[in-house]
Design a protein around this ligand. Structure first.
Ligand code: C6P
Length: 405
């Protein structure tokens, strides 16, 4: 049985119609839909065990704490982290990157460099701009070349003894390029730089093992992984997290407080000030169980087949420009394209009228759009529930757009 045939009955939203047509949801890279198992786990928690965590000795407090901390074990297993202390819950990828940029930023000195790439999402650009500002540090970016790959020679040139941080997307949210993060991490380590991997578009689709990858930090967003919004994952290698001074303060991140100073809590709570997203962590655990049951190798194989179908079908339509690598073996589950000189927003609105949900615009990657010489693109993206006939429906509708012009 194909993965979509197996999973679709679990996703209630996929039964709805949009503009009189069955919904074709091709915007999973922006946020995936949620299976019943995730929705029910969160409802069950609110109906039976809700309380604050780590604070109350009563039964509900203990149940909530146990469920919340068990979600951390799920994430540790899913990412291949060496210990549960290496998993910090944040509010999302953007929040995790800001947390890192704030904390690492405080240690930057004049002349230090942070190296990112031209294909980064704004979430992996702006926090570093803020971190280098006023510190006399410098932000540099590896250019994109060819079909959408990082310029390896430029990377070698730009990575120097001055580089303190290398922050790179594992998978581009526009091009779909799977970057050679293992090599990048190793090269960063060689010059003594910290490696930060933005895994927002990789974690939902690829089998991961952060310990093998060897990175210092890895961030991702559960809402793109069949889980809820409002929670994020920040993996930090034990030694890297230990060396990091928390930049955000509040309840629960401390052991002892005086008016003029404090002693920090142990890892990972040191980086989790305030009441955390408890229900969301429980929903995330259910999403991880769901993905693990499917198997991440099967998930990526299913999505690779859809990406291949989409690349073949869209490239065959005259006047359609497809962006990013043409080889689905080295590409995540996104295909960005434009139709003649139709504005991507108009194309998306016309597709929506046929019940097809795609994203259009600059995808929070304006430097990359500038490189591609376009204001934006249309983007179709896939998940475990996406069916091959939905990709075919997209291609038919895109062909129709041309005749409307
Ligand atoms: N990209 C997209 O449609 P948040 O919003 O914090 O969950 O994730 C931010 C983010 C960071 N890095 C990459 C590579 C991303 O793709 C995203 C989110 C969505 O492409 C929404 S802009």
């Amino acid at each position: 049985m194909r993965l979509d045939e197996l999973t679709r009955p679990d996703f209630p939203i996929l039964e709805r119609r949009v503009n009189g047509q069955p919904l074709v949801y091709l915007d999973s890279a922006a946020s995936s839909q949620k299976p019943r198992q995730v929705i029910e786990a969160m409802t069950r928690y609110y109906e039976t065990s809700h309380s604050n965590v780590h604070r109350s000795i009563h039964t509900l407090g203990e149940e909530a704490t146990e469920l919340y901390e068990s979600a951390r074990d799920h994430v540790q297993r899913f990412l291949g982290a060496a210990s549960r202390e290496e998993i910090v819950f944040t509010r999302g990828t953007t929040d995790g990157l800001n947390l890192l940029a704030e904390a690492i930023g405080r240690t930057l000195r004049p002349g230090d460099e942070v190296l990112i790439t031209e294909m980064e999402h704004h979430s992996n650009i702006i926090p570093w701009q803020m971190a280098v500002r006023d510190r006399g540090a410098v932000l540099k970016a590896v250019p994109v070349v060819g079909e959408g790959f990082l310029d390896v020679e430029a990377f070698s040139r730009l990575l120097t003894a001055r580089t303190r941080v290398v922050a790179v997307a594992h998978v581009s949210n526009v091009l779909g390029t799977i970057n050679p993060v293992r090599q990048i991490v190793a090269r960063a380590r060689d010059v003594g730089a910290l490696s930060v991997i933005d895994g927002a578009q990789a974690a939902p689709h690829l089998p991961l093992d952060v310990s093998q990858l060897g990175c210092d930090f890895y961030v991702c967003s559960p809402h793109k992984m069949l889980g809820p919004t409002g929670i994020g994952i920040l993996y930090g290698r034990r030694a890297a997290l230990d060396a990091l001074e928390p930049a955000r303060g509040g309840g629960e991140m401390i052991k002892e407080v005086w008016i003029d100073r404090a002693r920090w809590n142990d890892l990972p709570w040191r980086f989790e000030p305030g009441t955390p997203p408890v229900a969301e962590a429980i929903g995330l655990a259910a999403a991880i169980e769901y993905l693990e049951k499917l198997g991440m190798h099967q998930v990526s194989e299913h999505e690779r087949a859809l990406t291949r179908d989409a690349l073949d079908a869209l490239s065959a339509i005259p006047d359609v420009t497809v962006y990013g690598p043409r080889d689905p073996e080295i590409k995540g589950a996104v295909v960005a394209f434009n139709v003649a000189d139709l504005h991507p927003h108009d194309a998306a609105a016309l597709l929506d009228a046929e019940g097809i949900a795609v994203r259009a615009g600059h995808h929070c990657a304006q430097p990359l759009m500038r490189h591609l010489g376009t204001v934006g693109t249309v983007r179709a993206s896939f998940s475990v529930y996406t069916a091959p006939d939905e990709v075919a429906r997209l291609a038919r509708a895109v062909s129709g757009l041309k005749s409307m012009l």
